[in-house]
Unconditional design. Structure first.
Length: 92
């Protein structure tokens, strides 16, 4: 109700209607699939690198694999964020 009152007050003052239009981001299944694919690729790379580190450095694989899973999974999500943001800026 407060937003409605503010809008009515601005309309009475003669403010443009474009002020009220908010740009909502549209859900895109392609961008969602891209982010999920990058996450899974990061998880796969994390398992692989964690296993290599565990064997080559004689470390416990109970430590190396989960840590690499989180690191590479997070890197995949960050990469997906930047790619999605780049795609959205090109659309505008």
């Amino acid at each position: 109700t407060t937003r409605n009152k503010e809008r009515l007050a601005l309309i009475e003052k003669g403010v443009e209607a474009s002020l009220f239009k908010t740009k909502a981001s549209k859900f895109s299944i392609a961008k969602f699939i891209l982010n999920i694919a990058l996450l899974f690729m990061g998880i796969g790379a994390g398992i692989f690198i964690g296993d290599l580190l565990g064997e080559s450095l004689n470390m416990e694989e109970e430590v190396t694999i989960p840590s690499m899973l989180f690191i590479f999974g997070g890197l995949g999500l960050v990469t997906g964020f930047f790619i999605t943001r780049n795609l959205e800026s090109k659309e505008d």
